[in-house]
Design a binder for this molecule. Structure first.
Ligand SMILES: [Mn+2]
Length: 353
């Protein structure tokens, strides 16, 4: 945590604001280790303030190190009072706050220049430290185990997508997860052609494919994985499509490493699908960063920004054939100097139940 604060403060020194106000729950957690719905962080060159109300004071005093802890129900007004004589002129704030909150800022800090900052803390979060990696690794292990277990749970022509959804959710909780990290995609047969087909009451039938895109929260960090399986039997075309997607996923695993551009990270996987003639059926980006949020930096826009060691990103190529079916395979990768470590290890060879 002290290392994160040091990085925050050196970034603050390079930014043209005198202080930064941090309000998002995940960003507050990242800097303080405090998890609660009411927590505000204010950091200037000379101050580190953490403000919360009486429900959380005791917890904050026990868990937060290196901050002055202030109990208040009016965090902004309290900050203004405390910094009155500090000689600050500009305050940075998260550009994604609500308009209502921005109006409150304008009222309370009318004597200061307010500057919206985009992704100030998120850019620090992009490189995971050892404890974050260990936590994400455990979240991935929980998903891996739930996938193995759901294979025994599915009864063709009987089980519904929603039942599979609930099984995965409960199984991961039983294994130590706090809950689902997003609304799962459980899409069978023609519904699997929808990249984001959330679970319905449809029965999973013999002869269909089934895409499961799911993950959990474990100690506030996420896992995010996708497997596509087949039920009953698999056609030659389905097998071919599966092999192309798997080859795309694995080719990227073989080549991903620190220094690769975002453009290439997407391109390496996409080329495999393009060359097989299904480029138009791979309709989304190759992946995204993940950590405290299910989707966070980096996003693989077509830029020359480069991967760095310590990033955790998804590798999730897919092919979707409208009104027929779709295949997606998603792993979570830890980028290293020499390559990448695959954090999700559930089987990927074609499974036919
Ligand atoms: Mn994903």
């Amino acid at each position: 945590m002290q290392e994160r604060l040091a990085r925050f403060e050196s970034k603050l020194a390079q930014t043209d604001v005198d202080a930064v106000l941090v309000t998002g729950q995940n960003n507050v957690y990242y800097l303080t280790g405090f998890w609660g719905t009411e927590g505000t962080v204010f950091i200037s060159e000379n101050r580190r303030l953490f403000l919360t109300d009486s429900r959380y004071t005791l917890m904050a005093k026990e868990s937060i190190k290196g901050f002055d802890i202030v109990e208040t129900r009016q965090a902004l007004a309290e900050i203004a009072k405390i910094i009155k004589d500090d000689g600050l002129t500009s305050i940075g704030f998260d550009s994604q706050v609500s308009y209502q909150f921005y109006q409150a800022l304008q009222t309370v800090f009318e004597a200061y220049e307010l500057k919206p900052l985009t992704n100030f803390v998120e850019e620090l979060r992009i490189i995971k430290d050892a404890s974050e990696i260990a936590t994400i690794r455990r979240a991935c292990q929980i998903s891996d185990q739930a996938f193995l277990d759901v294979l025994d749970f599915i009864k063709p022509n009987v089980t519904t997508e929603m039942e599979v959804n609930h099984f995965l959710d409960q199984r991961m909780r039983a294994l130590g997860a706090a809950g689902a990290s997003f609304e799962f995609i459980v899409a069978s047969g023609y519904r699997s052609a929808m990249p984001h087909g959330v679970a319905s009451n449809k029965v999973i039938k013999s002869g269909e494919s089934l895409t499961l895109d799911f993950g959990c929260y474990y100690q506030h960090y996420v896992s995010d994985m996708t497997r596509t399986i087949h039920i009953g039997h698999v056609t030659d075309e389905e097998r071919e499509i599966y092999d192309i997607v798997l080859r795309s996923n694995k080719t990227l695993i073989d080549q991903a490493k620190a220094g690769m551009t975002y453009l290439d990270f997407d391109g390496v996987a996409r080329r495999v699908i393009d060359e097989a003639g299904y480029g138009d059926n791979f309709t989304h980006s190759i992946g995204h960063g993940m950590g405290l949020d299910i989707h966070e930096l980096p996003f693989f826009t077509k830029t020359k920004d480069t991967l760095q060691a310590g990033m955790v990103v998804t590798d999730e190529p897919g092919i979707y054939l409208d009104n027929k079916y779709g295949v997606r395979i998603e792993d979570d990768l830890l980028i290293t100097e020499t390559g990448c470590e695959v954090l999700t290890s559930a089987p990927k060879e074609l499974i036919v139940l």
